[in-house]
Design a protein around this ligand. Structure first.
Ligand code: PGA
Length: 248
C-alpha cells in the first residue's frame, strides 16, 4: 500500500521495444521526479515483465508493479509468469483485471485467484473495473457494473478489501483520447470507497497533461492509472507534478 495519499501508476503495456529503451525511459522518470513530492505522491511503473531486470536497477524512488500475473502459484503453465517469480525485482503492485486482459478472456474467477495469490505475497492488487460500461451510461448503471465486478473479484479471497486499490477505467475511454467527466468519476469513486471500506480509487482512461488537473482536483480521486502518456517521460512527470500540487 502507498504510504502517501496519492498514487500515480504508469502502465507501459507492451512497450517499449527493447531493454535498453526501457532503461532509458525509466531513468528519465526516476531522475525527473522531484524528491520533495515523494511525501505526497507514490509513483509506480509497470513495465513488461521481460524488462523488470533492467528497470529494477534504475528505480530507487519509483516503485515497480506488474501488468498481470498468472492465476496459479507454480507448475506446467506454458508462457505464464507467477507472482513469486517477480518478487525478486521488488514488485509492490499488480494490476489485475485490466480491460485489455478481460477482452482476451480473463474471467472473474481467474481475477479473484490472482488477487488471492498477490495478497498472499504482500503485493497490493490494483483491481481494474469498468469493463462493459458504455459512454453515456448513467451513474447508477456504472455503479451496478462496478459493484458486480468488485464483488466477483473478491469472492473467496482471504484478505478482501485489505490493501486493495481499485482503478475505475471506463473501457471506452482507454486509449481513445476521450475521458469520463471528472464529476461523474468522483461520484463513482465515492461509491467504490463506500463498498470497499475506503480503498484508494484511481481513474484510468486517456489521462494526459492537458486533462490531469481536472481529475487531480477531485478529492475522491486518489490517483490515476496512465497508459499512453506514461511512455512520454516529460508528460508523465508533469502529470505527477499536477497531482502533487493538490492537497486535501
Ligand atoms: P490510456 O490507458 O491512458 O492509454 O488510455 C489507460 C489504461 O489502460 O489503464
Amino acid at each position: 500500500m502507498p504510504k502517501t495519499k496519492k498514487l500515480i501508476v504508469g502502465n507501459w503495456k507492451m512497450n517499449p521495444r527493447s531493454s535498453a529503451s526501457s532503461r532509458q525511459l525509466a531513468g528519465k522518470i526516476e531522475r525527473g521526479w522531484q524528491r520533495k513530492a515523494q511525501t505526497i505522491v507514490e509513483v509506480v511503473v509497470c513495465p513488461p515483465v521481460v524488462f523488470l531486470p533492467a528497470v529494477h536497477q534504475v528505480f530507487k524512488k519509483v516503485k515497480l508493479g506488474v501488468q498481470t500475473v498468472t492465476s496459479e502459484p507454480i507448475g506446467a503453465f506454458t508462457g505464464e509468469v507467477s507472482i513469486d517469480q517477480v518478487l525478486e525485482f521488488g514488485i509492490q503492485y499488480a494490476i489485475l483485471g485490466h480491460s485489455e486482459r478481460r477482452a482476451m478472456g480473463e474471467s472473474d474467477g481467474q481475477i479473484s485467484r490472482k488477487i488471492q495469490l498477490v495478497q498472499d505475497s504482500q503485493v497490493t492488487p490494483i483491481l481494474c473495473v469498468g469493463y462493459g460500461t458504455k459512454r453515456g451510461d448513467s451513474v447508477s448503471r456504472i455503479k451496478q457494473i462496478v459493484r458486480q465486478q468488485i464483488v466477483k473479484a473478491l469472492r473467496g479471497t482471504k484478505f478482501g478489501f485489505k490493501d486493495l486499490v481499485v482503478a475505475y477505467e471506463p473501457v471506452w475511454a482507454i486509449g481513445t483520447g476521450l475521458t469520463a467527466t471528472p464529476d461523474k468519476v468522483a461520484e463513482v469513486a465515492k461509491f467504490i470507497k463506500s463498498i470497499t471500506h475506503n480503498s484508494l480509487v484511481l481513474y484510468g482512461g486517456s489521462t494526459s497533461k492537458s486533462n490531469i488537473s481536472s481529475f487531480a482536483n477531485q478529492e475522491a480521486i486518489d490517483g490515476v492509472l496512465v497508459g499512453g502518456a506514461s511512455l512520454k517521460p516529460q508528460e508523465f512527470l508533469q502529470m505527477i507534478k499536477a497531482f502533487s500540487s493538490f492537497h486535501f
